[in-house]
Design a protein around this ligand. Structure first.
Ligand code: GDP
Ligand code: MN
Length: 353
């Protein structure tokens, strides 16, 4: 059994705040990590890097969410790595379960069919609850409502460049709503009816949509034919820096509720990445989204490493700018990654240096 003794002196650290260094965090913001107890070790590796690269200078809090209770070991071993407050939240059944309009037999049949078709996570029930939670609930979990911005972190990712400025402050000062590091293409078989559902939403809620002829519209990022079809491009949501107020806005909530009612989180396997990305591209303007180009980031099997020396001092990055090629060498979708990243680069979004 786990012996908490070696960690007893951490009681004055973490949530009590007593032993924390003077805080530099000026924005109401936190890291948010949805995680299982079994992922403690890879989570600690992610935290260690985030602390070393960024947070030891800023001491932003960490919020851990779980559909199960966190163990004492989990709490002690995460609190001990955090230079900011640590908060632990249970995700209640109202945010992690079937809404009453879902036909659970139909949902099970969909899982069985997608499992047989070898769709990634196609047979997984918990993955669907996870994607729905990340799409429509994490930002209104009681622990998150006190913050204006979140930075999503996952177990087992790599943050490989020093971050010498405060990305939350950048978001706040420029009134940006959504930031990302990597874009890739979604598996079409997981979102067969998503775009049709989005098109119906756009018809019913035109007040939430940036008109497609507006020069600030981001529609061309996700559609190559003026909105007729979805090009599958999405911001990879395992890295996200976003606005909690925007996600709690009537626009985003109407969008999420509309998608949720259609049942696609369960009858297909809609991911939170395309759901967030489509929302950002339809409801935000160009200068409200930001590519954190200067962040070195890796989540298996893709990564991003800055390569323009004028944007980031090379010696501050551990990653290899050839990481993208590394992904290319492993998997065909890596090619799409490179092309999409290059495309985004060409678009007129602003960089921070
Ligand atoms: P992938 O990145 O799409 O391969 O999916 P992951 O397995 O990494 O899951 C995405 C995030 O949700 C990670 O932070 C996981 O730790 C978390 N997660 C996934 N499934 C569950 C679950 O059933 N319970 C909890 N508490 N966290 C989960
Ligand atoms: Mn992951």
């Amino acid at each position: 059994p786990y012996d908490p003794k070696p960690f007893q002196n951490l009681e004055s650290h973490g949530t009590s705040g007593v032993a924390l260094a003077k805080s530099n965090n000026t924005v109401k913001a936190a890291f948010v990590v949805l995680v299982r107890n079994s992922e403690l070790d890879p989570l600690r590796a992610s935290m260690r890097q985030m602390e070393d690269r960024f947070n030891h200078k800023f001491h932003y809090p960490w919020v851990f969410l779980n559909d199960d209770e966190f163990t004492e070991e989990f709490k002690a071993k995460t609190r001990g790595l955090a230079s900011g407050e640590t908060l632990y939240g249970k995700v209640e059944d109202s945010m992690w379960g079937y809404p009453e309009w879902i036909d659970q037999t139909k949902a099970r049949e969909a899982r069985e069919r997608m499992e047989a078709e070898e769709v990634m996570y196609g047979g997984s029930e918990s993955y669907r609850h996870m994607c729905r939670f990340q799409s429509g609930f994490f930002f209104r979990h009681p622990l998150m409502l006190q913050y204006d911005y979140y930075w999503r972190v996952e177990p087992g990712v790599e943050f490989s460049c020093d971050v010498d400025y405060d990305p939350f402050l950048l978001m706040q000062e420029k009134d940006m709503k959504y930031g990302w590091a990597v874009t890739i293409k979604e598996y079409e078989s997981t979102i067969v009816t998503l775009w049709d559902t989005v098109k119906k939403f756009m018809k019913e809620y035109p007040q939430h949509i940036v008109p497609k002829h507006d020069p600030d519209s981001l529609l061309p990022w996700i559609s190559n034919d003026g909105g007729e079809s979805y090009n599958l491009c999405h911001f990879w949501s395992n890295f996200e820096i976003g606005s909690i107020k925007w996600m709690n806005s009537p626009a985003y909530m109407d969008y999420f509720n509309y998608l949720d009612k259609s049942g696609g989180f369960f009858y297909e396997r809609w991911g939170d990445a395309p759901v967030h990305s489509i929302a950002a591209a339809l409801m935000l303007k160009k200068d409200e989204v930001h590519w954190f180009y200067d962040h070195g980031y890796f989540h298996n099997p893709f990564g991003h490493c800055p390569r323009e020396p004028e944007w980031v001092a090379n010696e501050k990055c551990l990653c290899n700018p050839k990481d993208e090629e590394r992904a290319f060498g492993k998997l065909i979708p890596g090619l799409e990654l490179i092309l999409i990243v290059r495309n985004v680069h060409k678009l007129d979004t602003h960089w921070y240096s």
